[in-house]
Design a protein around this ligand. Structure first.
Ligand SMILES: C[S@@+](CC[C@H](N)C(=O)[O-])C[C@H]1O[C@@H](n2cnc3c(N)ncnc32)[C@H](O)[C@@H]1O
Length: 236
């Protein structure tokens, strides 16, 4: 049984498999990095997985220090080895922690505060809405003034009609990669609740934006959206 968010039975399958499964995965992550100034110094990444977003952030921001949190020892270990191999280890700190615990008790993990930005991709949708709001509040108090939070996540269809549309788009994407959803599923395993994360707990885009407002974010924006995937966030 995997932790929610690990997705693939073998961590080594993640980087290829996620690009087959998630339409425009690289474009979505690039949208986050483009929305951060290249001069950004300190970024918190929640649910870093195998470090793909960390890489893009360190390429975009030449002097940035990334603090990357993930509760999965095997994902974190895989990310660390890749980052060392590419010579970025001095700008990246991996922390094994549940970001739900951090939302409840900021002192439970050595994550710290004073970030210029916080980012996350494909991870926060594993929290209940109650915990998402708590996490957004914690992020808002951990950012420097004018700091940004950008999150990329799947969203709930706003209308019943769109559920089918979103499913068709994903199937067409997978076919375009020369595979099938069933073939990709063979490389995945199911997950149950682990710490604060559960199998998918999706919310609509408007519900996310409402939670960000309640958590104190301003200048809310959705710089990228592709069917059921969105990059959204705001400024403190
Ligand atoms: C689908 S992966 C995405 C990884 C990476 N952000 C990317 O876009 O490639 C989700 C990651 O979030 C992590 N994760 C899920 N819930 C978490 C939690 N409550 N605390 C810390 N990490 C969590 C999982 O272990 C996994 O590595």
């Amino acid at each position: 049984m995997l932790f929610p968010g690990e997705v693939f039975t073998n961590t080594t399958d993640f980087d290829t498999g996620i690009r087959q499964l998630i339409p425009r995965y690289d474009e979505m992550l690039d949208a986050i990095t483009r929305c951060l100034p290249a001069t950004t110094n300190r970024i918190l990444e929640l649910g870093c997985g195998t470090g793909e977003l960390s890489f893009k952030l360190m390429k975009r921001c030449p002097s940035v220090q990334v603090v990357a949190v993930d509760y999965s020892p095997r994902m974190l270990q895989f990310a660390k080895q890749k980052i060392q191999a590419f010579g970025y280890a001095d700008r990246w700190t991996g922390i094994e922690a549940d970001f739900g615990n951090w939302a409840n008790e900021p002192t439970t993990a050595e994550i710290g505060t004073g970030f210029d930005a916080c980012v996350s991709s494909l991870a926060i949708h594993h929290l209940t809405d109650e915990m998402k709001l708590k996490l957004f509040r914690r992020i808002s108090t951990s950012l420097n003034p004018n700091g940004w939070f950008w999150n990329a996540d799947p969203i709930l269809p706003e209308l019943p009609l769109l559920k089918e549309v979103y499913q068709t788009v994903r199937e067409e994407w997978v076919q375009h990669q020369g595979t099938t959803v069933a073939e990709i599923r063979d490389r995945t395993s199911s997950s149950s609740t682990q710490g604060h994360s559960n199998p998918d707990q999706l919310a609509t885009l408007s519900a996310h934006l409402q939670m960000l407002t309640t958590a104190g974010f301003n200048s809310l924006a959705v710089p990228w959206k592709y069917y059921n995937l969105a990059v959204f966030g705001g400024c403190i």
